[in-house]
Each structure stands twice: as structure tokens, then as C-alpha cells.
Design a protein around this ligand. Structure first.
Ligand SMILES: [Zn+2]
Length: 166
């Protein structure tokens, strides 16, 4: 029998994958939905413990999948057993890059401002700022992160901040 055109019920994975644009939330690379979910490069649903708590407090904007993110099976943090490490791209010239998962966590919980890296030149700092804002738009969707570059001690500090409106 021909079933083309019949309404297709989306699986959890498809739902989370569509929402995250088929990009892994940890390594930021494309996830191919056609690769077997038993393959390390295949798709899987990761869950964030802290986000799940926020969702329960009603801050998940009514999205039941708020605490769930698309990840490669090989990148998946196995239900929070492993702390996610968000890699910085090697093309960026940064000194003392901060662990971004911790930064995202704190900005989400408390807002405020954090210096996340130091760069030797203004153009490196600008590149870093551009990458960070783009990265955080997927890492912490819905969080309004702004970035600032501040010269100091012959270097350029890159800071991220989130303003909390009561
Ligand atoms: Zn990945």
C-alpha cells in the first residue's frame, strides 16, 4: 500500500533535531539524521540537567524539549554523567579561554558579566567576539548575551554579559 503524503509523526529525535537545526550542541558540527543512531557520528538526544530544572520551574517557555539538545552519539554527555566540554576553535588566537559550559551555566542562572578570554590583538578579539555570539545563540538559545572587548595591559579582554530584567 502507498502511504506517501500521510501525516508523519515526528519522533523525539526528529523534533529536537529540527529545532537545533541538525547541529550538535557540543561540537557545533552538522549531524546527519541519515547516519545510524548506533554510529558515533549518528544523532542522539542529550539532556541538560540544569536546563531540566529550569524547565520544571516554568522557565522553559512551555517547550517540553527545553532540557534536550541534539548531539552526536559520540559527543553525548550520557544523561549528565559526563560534563560537556565545548571546544574553542583552534583558528582563534586566545589566551586563557574559559570553559564555556560553566560560563553558559552561570550566565543562565545569575546573569552578570564574565571575562572569557584574552587576545593579543584587537582583530583577534573581534573575531573571538563574533564566534562567541554565534556559538552562544545555539548553546544557550533564548539567552541575550552581549560581548565587549576591553583593552588592558597590552592585550584585549573579551567579556560576555547577560542583563537580568526582573
Ligand atoms: Zn558533536
Amino acid at each position: 500500500m502507498h502511504v506517501d503524503g500521510s501525516p508523519h509523526k515526528m519522533s523525539r529525535l526528529e523534533e529536537v533535531g529540527e529545532r537545533d537545526g541538525w547541529r550538535c550542541w557540543i561540537c557545533d558540527e552538522v549531524v546527519d539524521p541519515k547516519i545510524s543512531s548506533n554510529d558515533r557520528r549518528g544523532p542522539s538526544v542529550d539532556s541538560l540537567a540544569s536546563d531540566t530544572k529550569n524547565a520544571k520551574k516554568g522557565r522553559g517557555k512551555g517547550d517540553s524539549a527545553a532540557g534536550e539538545r541534539l548531539a552526536h552519539l559520540g559527543c553525548n554527555t550520557k544523561k549528565g554523567a559526563i560534563k560537556a566540554v565545548i571546544p574553542w576553535p583552534s583558528r582563534l588566537f586566545v589566551v586563557d579561554p574559559a570553559p564555556l559550559m560553566g560560563v553558559a551555566d552561570r550566565l543562565q542562572r545569575k546573569g552578570g558579566r564574565e571575562v572569557v578570554a584574552r587576545c593579543p590583538s584587537r582583530s583577534d578579539a573581534d573575531e573571538t567576539t563574533k564566534w562567541l555570539l554565534d556559538r552562544f545563540s545555539r548553546l544557550s538559545p533564548g539567552l541575550e548575551v552581549s560581548a565587549a572587548v576591553e583593552p588592558g595591559g597590552g592585550q584585549f579582554m573579551v567579556a560576555l554579559s547577560v542583563e537580568r530584567r526582573p
